[in-house]
Design a protein around this ligand. Sequence first.
Ligand code: HEM
Ligand code: HEM
Length: 211
Amino acid sequence: MTVETADRAPVSDTAPERAVIHPRWVRVTHWINAIAVVVMITSGWRIYNAAPLFPFVFPDSITIGGWLAGALDWHFAAMWVFVINGLVYVVLGLVSGRFHHKLLPIRPGDVIADARAALAGRLSHDDLSVYNAVQKLLYLGVILAGVVIVLSGLAIWKPVQLQELTALFGGYEAARYVHFFAMAAIAGFVVLHVVMAFLVPRSLRAMITGR
Ligand code: HEM
Ligand code: HEM
């Protein structure tokens, strides 16, 4: 007989098995999100290029959509995937208690200590089921950035119908800047996150197979 939960090592009288680290719903929503975010960012860059906010544009070769209207099509199509998938992840994360157990509490002292240990190469990744304080902070941060990018996106998509929301951001122009900086935060997170995933390949395997 095999008894397994996400928190406990499996009790097995046959072959020893590793405990489930990431339940299926986390893995499925994580990888759908990864694809949606790449489409949102690369189409967003093409949209940006049509009316840059800063004195630079993104190379066309790393954007999708071909031109402004094509990029907007991609952006609004992937938006549904991003938002619906994100809602599933956030609702299940809240009701299952996963966010509470895995991402909280975050103590500033722990973040500093773990960041130091990480930079010195002394941070243990022996137990993948427990996130260190830096991981907790970054994962919670990127979830909140996801909420901000959706709200600011809605504010610049429907500035007339959702004028209260747009006003909350300080108007259309300000909401555009918020949307852009939320993208920059998410893009920065993804670069660091993917590097870390490949530096600790066991964590990548766990996000694919669950164990
Ligand atoms: C509900 C979700 C979203 C909606 C409704 C939305 C909507 C929009 C709209 C209407 C624009 C055009 C702004 C303009 O005319 O200048 C835009 C631009 C952009 N979006 Fe989104 N977006 C969403 C999510 C995202 C996500 C998840 C990302 C990336 C992670 C993203 C990245 C960008 C970028 C980089 C731009 C170009 C910034 C600019 O020049 O204004 N968006 N978005
Ligand atoms: C190809 C791209 C990606 C790879 C290879 C990747 C890899 C991973 C891995 C290996 C984990 C488990 C890490 C651990 O044990 O700490 C993880 C977790 C996570 N990733 Fe990614 N990821 C990718 C893209 C993304 C993107 C685009 C986002 C969000 C914008 C994201 C957000 C998260 C979050 C929030 C978690 C924690 C999930 C939870 O425990 O509930 N990832 N990712």
